[in-house]
Design a protein around this ligand. Sequence first.
Ligand SMILES: O=C(O)CCC(=O)C(=O)O
Ligand SMILES: [Fe+2]
Length: 366
Amino acid sequence: MLLASIMEVCLKYHTDYLTWTGFWLYRPINNQEVEEKEFEAEATTIVFHYHSSRKMEGAVRVQILSQAGISEVPSQYIQPPENRLTPISNILTSLSCSNVPAIDLSHEKESVIADIREACREWGAFHVINHGGYGSRMLVSSQNDTVLDWRDYFDHHTLPLSRRNPSFWPHFPPEYRTLVADYSDEMIVLARRLLRLISESLGLRASCIEDAVGEFYQNITASYYPPCPQPELTLGLQSHSDMGSITLLIQDDVGGLQVLKDGEWLTVQPLPDAILVLLADQTEIITNGKYRSSVHRAVTNASKARLSVACFHDPAKEVRVSPASDLVSQSSPPHYSSIVYGDYVSSWYSKGPEGKRNLDALLLDT
Ligand SMILES: O=C(O)CCC(=O)C(=O)O
Ligand SMILES: [Fe+2]
């Protein structure tokens, strides 16, 4: 079971390994994209180096803060009141929710397509189960006014193969690198399959979204959210929609991912062996807004660490993305201006996500 295995190795890496080496390699810096750097066990120096060379106060692994047993989070992690959760003492007690739809991919194709159409229209997110037997990138800035996420994460560049260099990845536990590579290979197959079904659910030719995206750039991000002493003041990951085309996410059984639906934050109940599908911004552009990307965030809790593994599928930086010509006509004008994906990413990183502001900036007056 690849899903279970990938969670397990990532968790083992976080709990057994990071705990004693005490570092986090890819702590984000200055709203810039973080390049993969050669993995090395002495990465404490790298974090330290970021601190001193970029005057980054406070960018320590939150796991360290959590383990130190602090009762109040440092001020950089405190969200402005409008972003905080409704006042509840323990997020874990509030996990009852209407869950995102679960779609069984082993069902007959026409019914799968109908379910996907409904889920994409209503939610922009859905679970897939029986997805073929397989089986968590937000940057923060060093500026003082930026609120930090209560999250540590590790990013792997996995596709195209020319970007995949497992020697940059953790080497513990021993099966780590092979598993991440296998997982990447399985997820690209599933992502393509889903994008074909999503295209068909709009009456488009199956390859329409894939053709618009071109070669897939895949990244896999494992996110670790340690217990947080003040969950009501913090977020594990601030509100955002993902930049690329489609995200496939698995989470452990703790729960904490929320999707915004009809103005309300709903917790996505973890579903064993299911993969959560999140439509991302380029799919919203390509479908000319027929399907919207999912706005989501992660909340923290005071007692349990949480792990998620997100697999992102993005266009190449030089690809120009625009609404599919089949969805544009005189009676249905384009709702978004076209954009070179690399420019979209740069603007995202320079302004930050804040929900969907980067996508909203492309909306045309129609
Ligand atoms: O941890 C999660 O469940 C969400 C992760 C996520 O949304 C992201 O990395 O973009
Ligand atoms: Fe996300």
